[in-house]
Design a protein around this ligand. Sequence first.
Ligand code: C5P
Length: 311
Amino acid sequence: MESSPENNPENRIQSGPDGSLFVRAPAKINLFLHITGRRDDGYHFLESLFSFTKKGDLIRFLPSETLEFSTSGPFSEDLPAENPDSNLVMKAARALAEHAGVSHGALIELEKNLPVASGLGGGSADAAATLIGLNALWKTNLNGEELATLAAGLGADVPACLSSGSQIVRGIGEMLEHVNLPWSAGIVIINPGRAVSTPEVFDGFGAFRDKRGLPPFDVTITDLDKVVSDISMLDVLTSNSLQDPAVQVCPEIMEVERFLRLNTQNELVRMSGSGASVFALYHDKAAAESVARRAREFNPDWWVMADSIGG
Ligand code: C5P
């Protein structure tokens, strides 16, 4: 694993004046997502290029005897309220405490800025940020490999979210290869406001291919350097294989895609993860911000974020 500043989890930690720590949990974007097989237990093998925005959720950690969790932010209401222990943040905290033999707790405050179940890996990013934050707060000094093992037990996307650098992800999400993207871009991400169930979309993938008479799985990419070399190559040579099954579950994805295609030249427009968020890439962040303003006017019910990616 390369150790560029972006890839080093410790560079995401900021200290507050009161002994608290803040860790960013940026949004994950699947620049492409191919499904290459299916395991006997139902999980799918994938080949995907993950990249991360700058903005996202933010988690604050404070020393405490007991383990406590609270949420704020525009999407905190969408988190399952009946059982906060079911949140991946708490699962990550308990997994780390058990592994490292930590008996005291922490106050964990999650600012939920990313929509829930939106294909942006928010829950996975929060879990990864919790491992990073508590490993520092509790001074448990787990190395990257140990953190990655704990992360893999929390969810398929969590290992990749430990690093906020771009990476090719294989296996079911545990095999990571860092990639230096030779380009940077502005990005607009739009979510139509409907949570989409990841298992439902994965389940629909096989049935969709079957119905269309398509081969059951995508083939593995042989020339990765060419694929990542520029955005037009990504556009032509790759796709998100979950997009068609996700549209079956959430047709609003098509409306967002249409808006973004009408507001780009020839740039990449694609759904991220299992949806329903759709992104478009632009020359720079200013161009992205201008389209984001138009999107908010066009449909005030959409969640719209402009940021930058790559480089
Ligand atoms: O691991 P995680 O909880 O994020 O996965 C959610 C669901 O997505 C799984 O239960 C499975 O249905 C599907 N999935 C899959 N193959 C993957 C990742 C997720 O089938 N590689």
